[in-house]
Design a protein around this ligand. Sequence first.
Ligand code: ATP
Ligand code: MG
Length: 198
Amino acid sequence: MRVGLFGGTFDPIHIGHLIAAEEARERAGLDRVIFVPCGIPPHKRPKRVSAGPVRLEMTRLAVRGNPGFEVSEFEVSRDEASFTVETVRHFKSELGGRAELFLIVGADSLLEMHAWKNPAELLSETRPIVVSRPGFDLGKVEARLRERALVVDGVSVGVSSTDIRARVASGRSIRYLVPPSVLSYIVENKLYTSDSSA
Ligand code: ATP
Ligand code: MG
């Protein structure tokens, strides 16, 4: 079984994430993509990052209906921030030896991968699938990473969660940037309006 782990803040999840995951799923022949919203300890949580359960719920709403997508609460349900290597170990033991693990990362995240904890273990236990993202040059990625990575540079959209939050805060539309279910959730829970800190 080929499994892609896709970590992120997902605050909120948007079509850039979904398109990237679907491209990665198809191009790498993945049986499953597991979205893993990251945990941020409450005492360290900057005001502008939504609480774990909120990001988890939006992610669940967004993947609903795609049988190849699922969501894990592994990182969100821990009290501390997780290192990717810990998450990889968790899934290794949960899925057992039969699973081949891939790490789906946007081009911007890959550029930061040298700063991740235990990059050597990450690279021996998983293969990165790098999805292109407008504005980030994969040519700058270390050769060691580039050699092992599978690059998916099909459709790419310049949507970011930061931009979506800013749009909501200034009353602009985010229709089509997030799935309709996520849009409703954001409106109903008044997320990202300048005074909210959900
Ligand atoms: P923020 O602006 O808050 O950082 P973001 O849009 O970058 O949000 P993250 O949750 O930080 O979203 O990203 C999770 C993962 O998805 C990262 O690996 C990131 O590179 C990737 N990603 C995010 N947006 C895109 C996009 N538009 N195209 C390709 N990959 C993306
Ligand atoms: Mg980001």
